[in-house]
Design a protein around this ligand. Structure first.
Ligand code: AMP
Ligand code: ZN
Length: 665
């Protein structure tokens, strides 16, 4: 195979496995093998720029930046849907249809996926353009971002597709991915997003497609548009789309009568909460395309389709109290404490009230009967008050003016919805929150110390910041409740051991707003030590990969604070890592990126530990046992025969100490 053929083979192979994994859910190769093929393709494309292809699977990792999204006029208008809220509405609709087509229609029922609609254009089996719905007449060209979505085929399967067509679908963000994004945002001290739908549509408009690629968006298809497509029914449309490699949810159903439609609606009204993504209704479509043509369109929507909107599940209950939570960054969140009530299969006791404006807008008061609803938001919200049940004794809610935890007067910045407690230094939840972040698994990962113990330590005034952890002694801890000699010793030892945690994680642990794990890694790599970061100018910071104005500003603010510099100096004095290690500095390369090693036997020139360090600093990975995933076995003297046989049988490359050293020379 020459290079040209190899690139084509890799692309076809990657697209095939992408489909098996994301659409059929039947992977045939491991993630690792997939990544290897992808890396090979990326490397080869770099060396052969003349063979570039905008629909190569390598574009799924993103990279292109779109400054302004171009406006595109839709070749076929993207209509809205008429809504119905009851079976009577559906019956009226059927009566109108029957008069026009003079026949009994059959229907296709589909779920109404709640996301952002998109129109994809394919020419000769390749994705050409992706445009948002916009106002239905014209939308934004978001092709680069859409190419990163794994469920969007870049090249179609088979050869039985029209030369040119448009296909419509919904870009959605499943609950799980939504929750993960929010968890990370909270970790970084950012506001969580409100719901999956807005997050999905917001993501489509991100300028950096690499950022889009990291979000687990999916694309569900539901309609084909074009001229002379030769397809007779909507149900066949869905089948065809599946055949060509699109993701079309299997919940869609052919219904021979309105009674079957009703059964479908009833079923999903109840079972939709078990779906991994959000839906807000059912879309009922007349199945025969010839009937659809006869029915046509109103100014806004097709006459041949009808959305049946699920009622957002609502319950009414009593607001017992409003309490206020103080987050790690000092943000105040009002929380409604409710009389427990059943809603969409769970018992609801609390609901977020968001902020002072929300409380004022709804005029929510303690002892009110309120309506709670569970929509896309995972936490239920209060949508209104039952004013008929309010007594004359009721008083408007006074938003708190002082921090419920430390008493400091709250502040609210221009244009921000949230109140903040400005007492970052001694407000207990802020203090505890920062320390809890510091010790968390992805940060310092301190053994023997958990979130509750931190609270206990803060309460007992044994610590007021994370540097204080390093001065704790066993005898200080013993008087605490549930603290035995053994756990106290473990805690102190765990803290002492954390001085070995590498620089990038220490940097993350400091809790600088917006500096998450990835950003901390980039900063560590680019600036090499903390002093360089503290001294860096705004321009130097934003010149770093993945670092924008917001992050740079936040880094400056953090180090402008005298107390933070003091903390860093104290941590330095305890021996924490504030620069890349000597080896990392001297030897850091990407030479072994993506390669997995097993070391076995005794070596002449370097110790086993040195070998391991070499592997890591050059981007490789150490593992202890040989598997399909192992790339190299570094074989020393007196190596066990079983390892050797296993490596041979799995085709793992066996190299000597000298050969290894030559690799990283
Ligand atoms: P609306 O925005 O309420 O006018 O509803 C129309 C929108 O529903 C369309 O623009 C689509 O984005 C969306 N939708 C979700 N699922 C479907 C589906 N199965 N068929 C048609 N439209 C759908
Ligand atoms: Zn406070």
């Amino acid at each position: 195979m020459n290079q040209h053929e190899r690139i084509h083979w890799l692309r076809a192979e990657l697209e095939k496995h992408n489909h098996l994994y994301y659409i059929e859910d039947k992977p045939e190769i491991s993630d690792y093998e997939f990544d290897q093929l992808m890396q090979e393709l990326i490397d080869m494309e770099e060396k052969n720029p003349s063979l570039a292809d905008v629909n190569s699977p390598s574009v799924r990792v993103g990279g292109g930046v779109t400054k302004n999204f171009e406006t595109i006029v839709h070749e076929h208008r993207m209509y809205s849907l008429s809504n119905s809220y009851s079976f009577e509405d559906l019956q009226d609709w059927e009566n109108r249809i029957e008069k026009i087509i003079d026949a009994k229609p059959t229907y296709v029922c589909e779920l109404k996926y709640d996301g952002a609609s998109i129109s994809l254009t394919y020419i000769n089996g390749e994705l050409k353009q992706a445009v948002t719905r916009g106002d239905g007449i014209q939308g934004d060209d978001v092709t680069n971002n859409i190419r990163t979505i794994k469920t969007v085929p870049l090249k179609l399967k088979g050869d039985n597709y029209p030369q040119k067509f448009h296909i419509r679908g919904e870009i959605i963000l499943p609950y799980e991915g939504f929750a993960a994004i929010n968890e990370e945002r909270i970790q970084n001290g950012e506001e969580p997003y409100a719901n999956p739908r807005n997050t999905a549509s917001g993501t489509l408009k991100l300028q950096d497609s690499a950022a889009v690629a990291k979000r687990p968006l999916e694309c569900f298809l539901y309609a084909i548009a074009g001229d002379n497509l030769g397809i007779e029914t909507q149900f066949d449309n869905l089948e065809k789309a599946r055949e060509w490699g699109f993701k079309v949810p299997e919940e869609s159903k052919l219904c021979k009568s309105l009674n079957e439609v009703k059964a479908y609606v009833d079923y999903w009204n109840e079972h939709r909460h078990h779906l991994p993504y959000e839906t807000d209704g059912v879309v009922v479509k007349v199945n025969q395309i010839s009937h659809q043509e006869e029915l046509g369109y109103t100014a806004k929507s097709p006459r041949w389709a009808m959305a049946y909107k699920f009622k957002a599940e609502q319950a009414s209950t009593k607001l017992e109290a409003i309490t206020y939570q103080v987050g790690r960054t000092g943000a105040i969140t009002p929380v409604a404490n409710l009389s427990p009530v059943q809603l969409a299969g769970t018992t609801v006791k609390r609901a977020s009230l968001h902020n002072a404006d929300q409380i004022a807008k709804l005029d929510i008061r303690v002892d009110d009967m309120v309506f709670v609803e569970k929509g896309g938001e995972i936490i239920p919200k209060i949508v209104g008050v039952d004013f008929t049940q309010r007594t004359i004794f009721s008083e408007p809610t006074q938003y708190i003016t002082n921090c419920p935890e430390c008493g400091t007067a709250l502040e609210r910045k221009e244009g921000e919805a949230q109140h903040y407690c400005p007492n970052t230094a001694t407000c207990p939840p802020q203090v505890a929150g920062r320390i809890q972040h510091f010790i968390s698994r992805k940060a310092m990962d301190i053994e023997g110390l958990g979130g509750e113990t931190v609270q206990q330590l803060v309460k007992a005034e044994l610590i007021t910041n994370y540097a204080d952890l390093y001065e704790l002694k066993v005898e200080d801890l013993l008087p605490l409740e549930r603290m035995a000699e053994k756990s106290a010793t473990n805690l102190v030892e765990g803290v002492a051991k954390s001085v070995e945690v590498p620089f990038e994680r220490v940097l993350f642990a400091l809790g600088i707003r917006y500096v998450g794990e990835t950003v901390a890694k980039k900063l560590a790599k680019a600036f090499k030590n903390i002093d360089n970061i503290i001294a860096a100018t705004f321009e130097e910071l934003v010149a770093t990969d993945e670092i924008g104005d917001k992050i740079a500003e936040s880094i400056h603010l953090f180090f402008a604070e005298e107390t933070n510099i003091e903390l860093v100096n104290r941590l330095k004095s305890y021996g924490l890592q504030f620069s890349l290690s000597e080896e990392e500095l001297a030897n850091a390369t990407d030479l072994l990126e993506g390669k997995t090693f097993v070391i076995s036997g005794v070596f002449q020139k370097v110790s086993r530990d040195e070998l391991k360090k070499f592997i890591e600093t050059n981007g490789g990975k150490n593992t202890s046992s040989i598997s399909k995933k192992t790339n190299y076995l570094v074989a020393g003297e007196n190596m066990g025969p079983s390892k050797l046989t296993k490596a041979e049988s799995l085709g793992v490359k066996i190299i000597s100490e000298d050969e290894f050293l030559a690799m990283i020379d």
